[in-house]
Design a protein around this ligand. Structure first.
Ligand SMILES: Cc1ncc(COP(=O)(O)O)c(C=O)c1O
Length: 597
């Protein structure tokens, strides 16, 4: 399909014309038209980008910077032209200040590593904010470990706004770098980056801005922001995955050591000494994602052909509409209510309690794609006192009707949940704890597995019959007492909150008793299956049982999303490690209050 720029856009934004550019928006999932509201995770790709990448491979593909021949020169030109486009897009003073990366994460790692090695010493301070994505926390922790630098954190208020007065009092001559997100991916907060930069510069610190959630929604001007580094990912900007860019001030980049060594980043190499290429090549070791860079250039062209000024009001209107529509749903609580927000609405359902994972799963069945979980922002979840949220994040191609469908979907799930029999409540904390551990469901895990397989074979289709069966099994799971929902019993790696408590089964040689619980229906169902298989069985039998084949026979390996499979694997791993400890007669590893009987 040939690409026609949106030259006809006037001041009236035509969302249907934009939607026509995105083939995937016209597909169906689960038999329903796709409603894609996970743009914070990644955006869909317009035909123009798809075509450009395809054209690159059809007519320009060669390695860059190396060949004397025509094709290599064409590829080099296309790649360098993309760099120029990004420089103009960010209003960077010079194109050589644009470094191609794999995305935001690699951009931050590059700066943390290279800037850190050159400028950070023991006792120096790195300032981050309480709302950073893990990719703007962990690289700094790594460099802090290596250099002895210390991390300081800008706090945020209950609305999810950074407390800039507190920030300013954190700054001092030891502050060497401040790294802050432009728009929070988990809360939507837009930060006052200009003020953050000015204050940091007063004490001589450099500033990195994580623009992952900004660049697709508003024009970016690194010069007016005044920062020293700006990073973003192409795939959140309607471009391909695996490509992104770092802009850095030439005078700072020039002082930093290369991030990786290899081809294309050197001036000359001998075994005694290597000298490095000038910017930007110094930071681009090896063959880059050439087609990705070209595709990213096409994405920028596409966005500019529409014009930020044309779609900004549309996105602002969608955010307002989503906030009103969702905010009006009884029992729903929006997390992140900053005055200045980007197109992100994060929320939880308090009444009736529905885990984010369950809500996301049920919305998926209606064809609505939203994100659930901690959004790679565990400190934000801790600060807001929630384990996870559901997040709807919008892009220029979303419509009011899609927001309405989301709100209707949420209402429908709440109504269905309210109609279900409530779970029995857990014993109150403080009451004497008398735990009832399930009896073995059969002679061995294998015997139970055979029974379960027969049952599931009989049921047939996953969506129609097997899922409801799993959920029903989970409904019968007794709730876990609050005393046992403590950190040592928490199973990490699950998308919902899971606790598992095990002990040696009294009067047995190596029997394993355990109970577990989760805030998500589907996970409780999986726990019920694991309890049936393993509870009360001998450690040796548990360890000998081939759980992988069993999950395959049930079809669970295919029916579960990757995240849920990983969560299930973490629970299985926890049970197996108890069994291992018991089989090798090590002291009990379970943590429990002393009065557990
Ligand atoms: C604010 C923010 N920073 C960093 C990242 C990491 O981006 P990537 O995975 O593309 O490197 C994301 C991705 O969700 C993000 O939203």
């Amino acid at each position: 399909m040939a690409y026609t720029p949106h030259s006809s856009f006037g001041s009236v934004f035509n969302v249907e014309k934009v939607r026509a550019d995105f083939p995937i928006l016209h597909t169906a999932v689960r038999g329903k038209p796709l409603i894609y509201l996970d743009n914070g995770a990644t955006t869909q790709k317009p035909q123009a980008v798809i075509d450009r990448i395809s054209r690159f491979y059809q007519t320009e593909n060669a390695n860059i910077h190396r060949g004397v021949y025509e094709l290599s020169q064409r590829a080099t030109e296309a790649y360098e032209e993309a760099r120029q486009k990004i420089a103009r897009f960010l209003h960077a003073p010079q194109a050589r200040e644009i470094i191609f990366t794999r995305g935001t994460t690699e951009g931050i790692n590059l700066v943390a590593s290279s800037f850190g090695r050159r400028f950070l010493r023991a006792g120096d301070e790195i300032v981050l904010s309480a709302m950073e994505h893990h990719s703007n926390i962990v690289p700094w922790q790594l460099v802090a470990e290596q250099t002895g630098a210390v991390i300081r954190v800008i706090p945020m208020n209950d609305a999810g706004e950074l407390m800039l007065g507190e920030y300013e009092s954190l700054l001092n001559p030891r502050t060497k770098i401040v790294a802050v997100v432009h728009v929070s991916n988990s809360l939507g907060t837009v930060n006052d980056v200009e003020r953050i930069v000015k204050s940091a510069h007063r004490v001589g610190a450099k500033v990195l801005i994580d623009g992952a959630q900004w660049v697709a929604h508003h024009p970016t001007d690194v010069q007016s922001i005044g920062c020293d580094f700006y990073v973003f990912s192409g795939h959140k900007l309607f471009g391909p995955t695996g490509i992104g860019a770092l802009w850095g001030r030439a005078e700072v980049l020039e002082q930093m050591a290369p991030y990786q060594g290899g081809g294309d980043m050197i001036e000359s190499v001998t075994f005694e000494k290597t000298t490095y290429a000038a910017l930007p090549n110094k930071f681009e070791a090896g063959t880059p994602d050439i087609a990705g860079a070209v595709g990213l250039g096409a994405a920028i062209d596409y966005l500019q052909s529409i014009g930020f000024e044309n779609f900004e009001p549309h996105e602002a209107e969608l955010l307002k509409h989503a906030t009103e529509r969702l905010g009006a749903i009884p029992g729903l609580r929006i997390i992140g209510t900053a005055d200045k927000k980007g197109g992100v609405v994060s929320f939880v359902i308090d009444d009736p309690p529905i885990s984010s994972l369950d809500l996301g799963t049920r919305l998926d069945q209606l064809g609505i794609a939203v994100r659930t979980g901690h959004h790679c922002c565990q400190p934000v979840m801790d600060r807001m006192g929630v384990p996870a949220t559901v997040r709807a994040s919008i892009a220029l191609y979303n419509t009011r009707e899609e927001i309405d469908a989301l709100a209707a979907g949420v209402r429908q799930v709440i109504a269905e949940q309210s109609a279900r029999r409530p779970r029995p409540t857990a014993p109150q904390a403080g009451a004497t704890l008398r735990l009832e551990f399930p009896e073995p469901a059969g002679a061995s895990p294998q015997a139970v597995a055979d029974e379960l397989t027969d049952l599931f074979d009989f049921l047939g289709d996953w969506n129609e019959q097997r899922y409801p069966q799993v959920i029903e099994m989970g409904d019968k799971l007794p709730p876990m007492p609050a005393e046992l929902k403590i950190e040592p019993n928490r199973v990490r790696g699950c998308q919902s909150t899971v606790h598992l408590f095990a002990r040696k089964r009294p009067d047995t040689e190596d029997g394993v008793d355990f109970i577990a619980d989760s805030d998500a229906d589907i996970v409780r169902g999986l726990i019920a299956i694991l309890e049936r298989l393993f509870a009360g069985q001998s450690a040796r039998e548990i360890l000998a049982f081939d759980i992988e084949s069993f999950l395959k026979r049930l079809g669970l390996d295919q029916a579960l999303t990757m995240g849920r499979r990983n969560g299930l694997a973490s629970m299985i791993q926890r049970i197996r490690s108890y069994a291992q400890a018991m089989a090798s007669a090590e002291p009990a590893v379970a943590k429990s209050p002393s009065e557990v009987t």
